[in-house]
Design a protein around this ligand. Structure first.
Ligand code: UT7
Length: 332
């Protein structure tokens, strides 16, 4: 699915927030739990540490501070929100949705609220969907949260997955605006590759092995990731009629520094324009892109007028890109 953002109904991001739990787990700590080492993890992934939710924290607890920050930056209250989408694969529970729980906490009384599942690409799908709702006039103020507590669904004895992931959430407010923020989107999925990254036993299909842990074929996901990060970015840029040289801030899904480096080189984006925080947070799934975006805003890299390219990829297998002009003033 690919499309230009319609210029006659400009929509932009007016608020951005992020939250990661306080507890830091270093590679050395992981090396005490599974057979691994700081050296292996850094060399193969670039990850040095990750944040892990406290036992008492569920996704809504991570999402709430991120959402409050985004609302504050947008200068609106919870009751102003009429659409709330939470992109996640680790909701508080299957139902009620985390978005309904969050809407209640924020006082977004009459907002439509639902969760969206598209693996680590969830945030990209959710902003595209919220964008469409705002353009169609169904929503005036949409709050989109991307977040996951993947630590809950990891097998903490499996070194091939446990070293990669972390917990975190980010949020954005989308509103109609005087000038266009969103310029183009490209989204896709390849269900044939679904079994390379999956959570068997988490739904209505019966499995012989009912363990509900993330299972991953790392090499296949790596190949997929390096391919789609490039193809999706190129597709969205071509659709907009822009070149990679125009991109000021590149925010790729934070899965592995090697994947990011590969995409960056192939696309020809200078490294100083690439936002990387996977070293400190690991792969936070749906939280990855908004966490990185918020970091780029707080360190001043995301400025009014910046052309921002975001590309996610993950379970499904799914991918998605958005191209936007940052219209908010630099602040945080
Ligand atoms: O949002 C999407 C989520 N997933 C991803 O993005 C994952 C994409 N894939 C990757 O990032 C990489 O494939 C990994 C980081 C998962 C693995 O890196 P790799 O360079 O592809 O390593 P590998 O799977 O080829 O494994 C190399 C060796 C193996 O040992 P042998 O068979 O060569 O003896 C593994 O058993 O490394 C071993 N290994 C480890 N060793 C120490 C696997 N995990 C670990 C570990 N510590 N944590």
């Amino acid at each position: 699915m690919i499309g230009d953002a319609r210029g006659d109904v400009p929509v932009t991001i007016t608020g951005l927030g992020a939250y990661a739990p306080e507890r830091v787990i270093t590679n050395d700590e992981l090396a005490q739990m599974v057979e691994t080492s700081d050296e292996w993890i850094v060399e193969r992934t670039g990850i040095r540490e990750r944040r892990i939710a406290a036992d008492s924290q569920a996704l809504s607890d991570l999402s709430l501070p991120a959402a409050q920050q985004a609302l504050e930056q947008a200068g609106i209250d919870g009751e102003d929100v009429d659409l709330l989408i939470v992109a996640t694969v680790t909701p508080d529970m299957m139902f009620p949705s985390t978005s309904a729980i969050l809407a209640d906490q924020l006082g977004a009384k009459d907002a439509a609220a639902y969760d969206l599942s598209a693996g680590c690409t969830g945030f990209m799908y959710a902003i595209a969907q919220a964008y469409g709702m705002v353009v169609a006039g169904l929503s005036r103020r949409a709050l989109v949260v991307g977040g996951d507590v993947l630590s809950r669904i990891l097998d903490w004895t499996d070194r091939s997955t446990v070293v990669l992931f972390g917990d975190g959430a980010g949020a954005v407010v989308l509103e109609p605006a005087g000038e266009a923020g969103f310029l183009a989107f490209e989204l896709g999925a390849d269900g044939a590759g679904g079994e390379h990254l999956w959570l068997p036993g988490s739904g209505s299909r019966t499995f012989e092995d009912p363990e509900q842990f993330v299972k991953m074929n790392g090499r296949e996901v790596f190949k997929f990731a390096t391919r789609v990060l490039v193809s999706s970015a190129e597709a969205v840029l071509e659709r907009y009629g822009g070149s990679v040289d125009d991109v000021d801030v590149y925010v790729p899904h934070q899965a592995n520094v090697r994947i990011i480096d590969h995409a960056t080189k192939k696309l020809g984006i200078p490294s100083e324009r690439v936002v990387i925080n996977v070293d400190r947070y690991g792969n936070t799934s749906s939280g990855s892109i908004p966490l990185a975006l918020a970091e780029a805003q707080s360190d001043g890299r995301l400025r009014r007028g910046s052309l921002v390219l975001m590309t996610g990829m993950g379970a499904g297998l799914t991918w998605g890109s958005a191209l936007m002009r940052w219209t908010a003033e630099a602040s945080a």
